[in-house]
Design a protein around this ligand. Structure first.
Ligand SMILES: *Cc1c(COP(=O)(O)O)cnc(C)c1O
Length: 418
């Protein structure tokens, strides 16, 4: 299997090379040249004749011809060491809970998988540079903390992440360093992109762990594949997904799982008040916008990088609109969903709340709401709305008790010490 650049001006590469490079030399993002088909993956059947999900089977074709292939089983075992359960809410709705990892957000899946891959092929010292709107940095720090030969540099927008998110970015010490950038997430992302264009840094072992890295997207496909197979076995119907979306990494993973033929119906991208994606679906023209700060801060992205992968997969707008739609949810609606959810025993994080809001507007059945983070990460928003304390998951509370260290800088690359 080879991986091509979305911009088509760089040669195709193997998976290890694509993971190592992060961004393609032509500035594009790597995508699989072909998508293996679900029915050819050789799943075992259960007693009822349903295919049994197998994460190694699902990912193996993407590793074909790559030196990482023999390690895939071990990579999966180490990376997928927490559950991603599907919870039935009744009323034709289920919730896919992706927040049972060490930093209580779905990004743990991709970050851990990527770290497992990189630590197998990397030689010498590597510096992982990561721009984060809140959750990526924590997940990456957790995944690389204490790994020999890896340094992690985190850039986060000052004052735009929650107190508990900031703690998860800044509590590590050792091989992890965090910078609070006086700017937005887009500034952080621009700084990271500038560094990757500069051979002084790339020659010195710079590498990326952002959702531009294909090593994060591939593992994220697997929970859509697994959930869709579980759902169809239980309900006899292919589920549709509503995905809280920001930089669109998680959504592109779902589109790829659908492209592989897993039983997935529609995909709705729920965004916050950052409307560049819903506006694109309406107008058919891609136009990045300035980032707005919202309650769902890990989705505060005005210029999502992964739109390039979505457009590459669906070059024709009509085909895209047939499978996918996008709906913007504002802060008032997020608050309303969190406030009313608790009546039914559901405590939603502000990101998941965007998807719950979208679900409330759809009459049909067989929807899976993707729950991207645990509400305890966003207690300052959620607790006042629900009028009670949220129990903190054990892994998260361990991080909250550590000392926080970071440096504040302007939004220029020259202030980052490599
Ligand atoms: C990162 C994140 C999102 C958005 O995911 P993308 O892959 O950037 O679209 C949604 N919810 C939470 C909790 C996140 O951390």
């Amino acid at each position: 299997m080879k991986f091509a650049s979305t911009r088509g001006k760089s040669p195709s590469v193997t998976l290890s090379q694509a993971i190592d490079a992060g961004l393609a030399p032509d500035g594009g993002l790597y995508v699989p040249e072909v998508f293996p088909q679900y029915e050819n993956l050789g799943f075992k059947k259960d007693a009822h004749g349903n295919d049994q999900f197998d994460v190694v089977n699902t990912l193996a074709p993407f590793f074909e011809g790559d030196p990482l292939l023999p390690s895939l089983e071990k990579i999966c075992e180490n990376a997928f060491n927490f559950p991603t359960p599907l919870r039935d809410l009744g009323d034709g709705t289920s919730v896919l809970e992706l927040f049972h990892g060490p930093t209580a957000a779905f990004k743990d899946v991709g970050a851990r998988f990527l770290a497992e891959c990189q630590s197998r092929f990397s030689k010498g010292k590597r510096t992982v540079l990561v721009a984060t709107s809140g959750d990526t940095g924590g997940a990456v720090a957790a995944a690389y903390h204490g790994r020999p030969n890896f340094e992690v540099i985190i850039l986060f927008p000052k004052g735009m992440v929650s107190a508990r998110q900031q703690q998860q970015l800044t509590c590590w010490g050792d091989n992890i360093r965090a910078y609070a950038v006086r700017g937005t997430f887009d500034d952080c992302q621009r700084m990271a992109k500038d560094a990757f264009k500069d051979s002084r840094f790339t020659n010195a072992g710079l590498t990326s762990a952002n959702s531009i890295n294909i090593g994060r997207l591939l593992p994220q496909m697997t929970y859509y594949a697994k959930a869709s197979m579980e759902y169809i076995a239980l309900h006899g119907m292919a589920p549709s997904f509503i995905i809280p979306s920001g930089n669109l990494g998680n959504s592109v993973a779902a589109l790829w799982a659908k492209k592989m033929g897993f039983p997935i119906g529609q995909i709705i991208l729920a965004t916050n008040a950052n409307r560049s994606v819903p506006d694109f679906f309406e107008s058919g023209k891609w136009k990045p916008q300035a980032t707005k700060a919202t309650l769902a801060n890990a989705m505060d992205v005005g210029n999502p990088s992964n739109i390039e992968r979505a457009i590459h997969l669906y070059p024709k707008m009509d085909a895209l609109r047939e499978d996918v739609s996008a709906i913007s949810v504002n802060d008032d609606e997020i608050k309303e969903v969190i406030t009313s959810g608790v009546e039914f025993g559901n405590v939603w994080c502000p990101h998941t709340a965007t998807a719950v809001k979208v679900r409330e507007t759809i009459p049909s059945d067989h929807w899976i709401i993707v729950s991207t983070a645990h509400p305890a990460k966003f207690e300052t928003i959620v607790e006042p709305l629900i009028g009670k304390k949220i129990e903190v998951p054990i892994a998260l509370s361990a991080l909250l008790n550590k000392e926080s260290v970071y440096k504040e800088i302007d939004a220029v690359l020259s202030q980052v010490v490599f």
